[in-house]
Ligand binder design. Structure first.
Ligand code: ZN
Length: 101
């Protein structure tokens, strides 16, 4: 719990490298996947069931990368805390460990 309190800002979704096509239909990027622009760092996440993508500058990607790492770290810590809580509650109640039967 002390580790969770220290995590800091967490960004949902993931930081990936994506290629894009621009709005100019005459541009070479519309002629094939290998002609697309980029790859650029981009942030994708699900918002209300839809994938939202935001293209980042290299500098923004560097700056926010720790926030994605924080998110993964927080998820891991929550899983650990849940596993510990299940063990504590099961021991307190005399419930069998479901993995041991
Ligand atoms: Zn283009």
């Amino acid at each position: 719990m002390a580790e969770i309190a220290k995590v800091g800002f967490c960004l949902p979704g993931s930081l990936v490298a994506r290629t894009t096509r621009c709005g100019n239909s005459g541009c070479a990027c519309h002629t094939g996947p290998e002609k697309r622009h980029g790859p650029y760092p981009s942030w994708t996440r699900r918002v209300a069931g839809k994938t939202v993508t935001r293209t980042l500058s290299a500098e923004q990607a560097e700056r926010y990368k720790p926030f994605f790492q924080n998110s993964r770290r927080l998820k891991g810590l929550v899983e650990d805390l849940e596993a510990l809580s299940v063990r504590v509650v099961s021991e307190a109640e005399g419930w069998a460990n479901p993995l041991e039967g």
